[in-house]
Design a protein around this ligand. Structure first.
Ligand SMILES: C[S@@+](CC[C@H](N)C(=O)[O-])C[C@H]1O[C@@H](n2cnc3c(N)ncnc32)[C@H](O)[C@@H]1O
Length: 215
């Protein structure tokens, strides 16, 4: 894997997304080791190529992982990685479109202790937070939580010059819904669904894990 950052390209199978995943997978894993239960069910949203879920799963042998994405063309990549590593605790991916509640799993058959999502908000509208919260309200078990990883603004401000530079680079693409989102806007979007912003963990490269809990 190249150390030089490829040009920004949000396509889940791009070199850029693979580069970012390789850079952030160990810090995220370290955080999840402190957050996930010893056993249970964990859902990943916007799984993309499947790099993270396949890297994390062997560290949690008693957790069953469920990958998902709205783009079914990534499913072969998720399954190929799973089969290459021999991960037995990863289910086949399911299609979840965070803008379309009719695609959300049925809580009668799907319940999760934790839901996580990595690097979606830079390239998706803040309204996605409402979808994530609605989904969480429906399928999280009591005491469950949502962990959202990425770079964010806080109270309308950039937390570092590097995040400001990154945002300007994304915004230069001219796509309306791209750009760093504000933690407060995610909080406001999640609140009507009973999902409460609990805390943020600081991760390297000026990224956060935002924890939302079922009230
Ligand atoms: C930048 S990629 C990140 C992929 C992966 N989480 C990672 O960190 O390598 C963004 C992902 O969000 C997914 N995505 C975008 N909009 C979505 C939506 N409305 N519902 C579900 N997934 C979505 C894309 O298909 C893509 O896999």
């Amino acid at each position: 894997m190249t150390e030089t950052r490829p040009n920004i390209d949000p396509h889940p199978l791009s070199l850029y997304v693979a580069w970012a995943g390789n850079r952030n997978k160990d810090p995220i894993l370290a955080a999840f080791k402190t957050l996930f239960p010893a056993s249970g069910d964990v859902l990943e949203l916007a799984t993309g190529a499947g790099l993270h879920i396949n890297y994390f799963a062997p560290n949690f042998p008693n957790i069953k992982f469920q990958p998902s994405d709205y783009d079914v063309t990534v499913f072969d990549s998720i399954k190929a990685k799973r089969d290459a590593v021999g991960n037995k605790n990863i289910a086949d991916p399911i299609r979840i479109d965070l803008t379309d509640p009719t695609t959300f799993p049925d809580p009668a058959t799907h319940r999760y202790d934790a839901i996580f999502v990595i690097n979606i908000f830079q390239v998706a509208p803040v309204a996605i937070a409402a979808g994530i919260a609605q989904l969480g309200a429906s399928v999280l078990k009591d005491g469950g939580f949502i962990a959202i990883y990425g770079p964010f603004k806080v109270d309308g401000s950039y937390t570092t010059p590097s995040n400001e530079a990154f945002d300007k680079e994304i915004l230069a693409a001219g796509v309306t819904e791209w750009g760093l989102k504000d933690v407060r806007d995610l909080e406001a979007a999640a609140a009507p669904f009973g999902l409460k912003f609990a805390r943020k963990l600081d991760l390297p490269a000026n990224n956060f894990i935002l924890i939302f809990e079922k009230a």
